[in-house]
Ligand binder design. Structure first.
Ligand code: UN1
Length: 495
């Protein structure tokens, strides 16, 4: 039975003002309707912002440790509902159960980190240059945060933004991807059950055009947290400029894994299979380029093709399935068009290249894991983010060439090198242009207590994760207390 879902605004579950709805279906079996959701617009966003603004005046005064206790409770609820949430997520967006369990776990870890941070949120005291004067800087909340999140990590990514925002004392208007509104709704229910007060968190369902734009342009929203494509990120940045909002953008990637001739090849093979085809390649951290040293190329490639052909596709709830479907029809068309582009560009397709058919695959957006060799740096399949199970392989002659090729990208999110030579490892660590580098690990697998984000067109310099995200969701306030009882003029009376 499909569920009818609603927006949550000012502590109440409500329909879109227009009364319109949209459907959400299982990408592994499009006959299964997960639910219907309100197709909201600007007028719904306005209500949510009004509620969040009102709630902010109270929430900012709640002591941070008390706010942290609520995050702890939310984490505890997620622990108790972990499997059920993961199953819903697999039905909603397709990735296999082990991965959706991991996605929920990332949310739990983020909740507990926020709990701890409630008793930290460190400020600084420094000596004043004047006598009988005290100087300190403290972190203060900013206001109403608009959160626009993607479908590939339907729980983890909203938690990366919403837990720190709330912990710092901001209130939230949340627009989840319209492909994963059910998981997002469960997250909001958990926050409410944990004790987040009326109006402090609001969810408005709908498309990027109507709801997303209304958020980014809204004069009463102070900051935006967005994860998605670089194209949309640029538009958000431009539209938020009108009201000078603080904007954190986590955008695209074209991540590469280098395999050196001295690498543990078995390890490197496990790494690339997981990095390229885990989550059906639909991660911004996915491995989409593989740079293999010529000395080990032939052996590595034949093993890689063989293992890729063995990957089991299917419904992510079924045991032994390793690769789920793509998220929707549009994504499958887009992935296939890149495969056609690769062929036209002259790359050699060694496996895959089409929609996957067969037992249990006919009613889902499945696509065969696909590998191209003889790829050159100027090809579009070497440059553009595909967001699907397509791996482009480039042969390299040296570490220097590997790093140069890896860096030859407008993006810079994740990077990886497999080598057993400590000198190679340290050179790569220093020279790979990316916000995240792995030595002897694949490009995916970031942990929630470390800064997450990238350089170049992957973002605008902010980081999620760990301590770094708390910089974004709060700002510094400097306070001076003069207890001398007289006017003291800084820079003048003391020099
Ligand atoms: C994303 O791809 O959008 O490091 C986030 C990883 C995950 C997060 C990925 N922990 O792959």
């Amino acid at each position: 039975m499909a569920t009818k879902y609603q927006n949550f605004i000012n502590g109440k579950w409500v329909d879109a003002k227009s009364g319109e709805t949209f459907e959400n279906r299982n990408p592994a079996n499009w006959n299964e309707l997960i639910g219907t959701f309100p197709k909201s617009g600007k007028e719904d966003v306005d209500e949510a912002v009004k509620a969040a603004r009102k709630a902010y005046e109270k929430w900012r005064l709640v002591p941070a440790p008390e706010r942290g206790d609520i995050m702890k409770k939310a984490g505890d609820i997620m622990v108790s509902r972990k499997r059920e949430l993961a199953e819903l997520m697999t039905r909603e967006m397709g990735k296999v159960l082990a991965e959706t369990m991991g996605d929920v776990q990332e949310g739990i870890d983020t909740a507990y980190y926020a709990f701890g941070e409630g008793r930290r949120l460190f400020g600084k005291t420094v000596p004043s240059e004047l006598r009988d004067k005290f100087a300190m800087a403290m972190r203060v909340p900013i206001g109403v945060a608009g959160m626009i999140t993607p479908w590939n990590f339907p729980m983890a990514i909203p938690t990366w933004k919403i837990f720190p925002a709330l912990l710092c004392g901001n209130t939230v208007v949340f627009k989840p991807a319209s492909d994963t509104p059910a998981t997002a709704t469960e997250f909001v229910k958990i926050l409410v059950e944990a004790g987040v007060p009326e109006g402090a968190v609001n969810i408005v369902h709908g498309g990027g055009g109507a709801v997303g734009n209304a958020i980014t342009e809204h004069p009463d929203i102070d900051l935006i947290g967005f994860t998605g494509s670089s194209d949309i990120g640029k538009k958000i940045s431009a539209s938020a400029a009108g009201t000078l909002k603080r904007v954190s953008l986590e955008l695209g990637g074209k991540n590469a894994q280098i395999v050196m001739d001295d690498a543990d090849l078995k390890l490197a093979l496990d790494g690339v299979l997981w990095g390229a085809f885990g989550t059906t390649g639909q991660r911004c951290t996915a491995t989409s380029r593989l740079l293999v040293h010529e000395k080990v190329y032939d052996k590595f490639m034949s093993d890689l093709i063989e293992r890729t052909k063995q990957l089991k596709l299917g419904d992510g709830l079924k045991k032994d399935v390793e690769v789920g479907p793509l998220i929707n029809e549009g994504q499958r068309k887009s992935v296939h068009s890149y495969v056609e582009i690769g062929q036209k560009e002259g790359a050699k397709m060694l496996t895959g290249g089409d929609s996957a058919t067969g037992d249990g695959l006919s009613d889902g957006w499945f696509y065969q894991p696909t590998i191209f060799t003889d790829v050159t740096a100027d090809m579009r399949i070497a440059k553009e983010e595909i967001f699907g199970p397509v791996l482009s392989i480039i042969k390299i002659k040296s570490l220097e060439e590997g790093i140069k090729t890896l860096n030859d990208s407008i993006y810079g999110l994740s990077s990886s090198i497999y080598t057993q030579d400590v000198n190679n490892a340290f050179k790569a660590m220093r020279d790979m242009e990316a916000g995240i580098s792995y030595i002897n690990g694949p490009t995916i697998g970031a942990e929630c207590h470390m800064p997450f984000g990238g350089v170049k067109e992957t973002g605008n310099g902010h980081r999620e994760g760990g301590w770094a995200v708390y910089e974004f969701y709060s700002e510094w306030k400097s306070v001076y207390v003069d207890f001398s009882g007289k006017l003291q003029r800084a820079q003048i009376d003391n020099y």
